[in-house]
Write a new protein. Structure first.
Length: 202
């Protein structure tokens, strides 16, 4: 627990995307957002905070978070309990937006600097919900296919990993068309994800 506390403080103080960036520096003050507890058995591996999360300082405090909690079948009281759920994005800080108003990809500095050590500090994690292609590539390696649809469609393969991984699309409204075009996700993936989440969170 002490090691995780020290690591969490170091991450909260991290400014590498501004002070030692890989490419252009972060255009605003960094605000790392994550949730971690040494007893957590479920890990939500997301992409990076959006604008609302950047303001709140709490993960998934936006409509995407509401949909994700519906997908997993849990409420805020469980989702925001670090003893049950860790929420570790691939990039801890809001990366900014492109000219169309879409969020940029996670900063490249975050995962190499912190992720291996942080995962080692979460030894009880049994299931990773990998939201989006960046998280899927890190947690699934070669099992992550060439595109997100193929990776999610082969979600059973991720259950063979340790910890097990269930790949999901991002719960953003921008993916509504994907969800409509792929009804098997709600019919096949979500019931199994909900069953496993119930077992791990009590």
């Amino acid at each position: 627990m002490r090691a995780l506390d020290e690591l969490s403080r170091a991450i909260a103080a991290c400014r590498i995307c501004r002070d030692k960036p890989l490419g252009s520096p972060l255009p605003h003050e960094p605000r790392p957002v994550f949730q971690a507890g040494p007893k957590a058995r479920l890990l939500i591996a997301g992409q990076a905070p959006g604008t609302r999360v950047h303001v709140s300082g709490r993960p998934f405090t936006d409509p995407s978070g509401e949909r994700l909690r519906q997908w997993l079948g849990i409420g805020p009281e469980i989702f925001y309990d670090p003893a049950k759920v860790a929420v570790i994005p691939m990039g801890f800080c809001f990366p900014g937006q492109d000219e169309r108003g879409a969020d940029l990809p996670p900063r490249r500095e975050c995962a190499p600097a912190w992720r291996t050590r942080l995962m080692a500090s979460l030894p009880r994690v049994e299931l990773v919900i990998a939201v989006g292609s960046h998280a899927q590539k890190w947690h699934m390696g070669k099992m992550a296919k060439g595109n997100l649809t193929e990776t999610v469609r082969n979600w059973r393969e991720g259950l063979k990993l340790s910890p097990a991984v269930i790949a999901m699309p991002h719960p953003s409204w921008r993916n509504n068309a994907w969800l409509k075009a792929n009804p098997w996700f709600a019919a096949e993936v979500l019931p199994e994800a909900q069953r496993r989440v119930r077992e791990l969170t009590g």
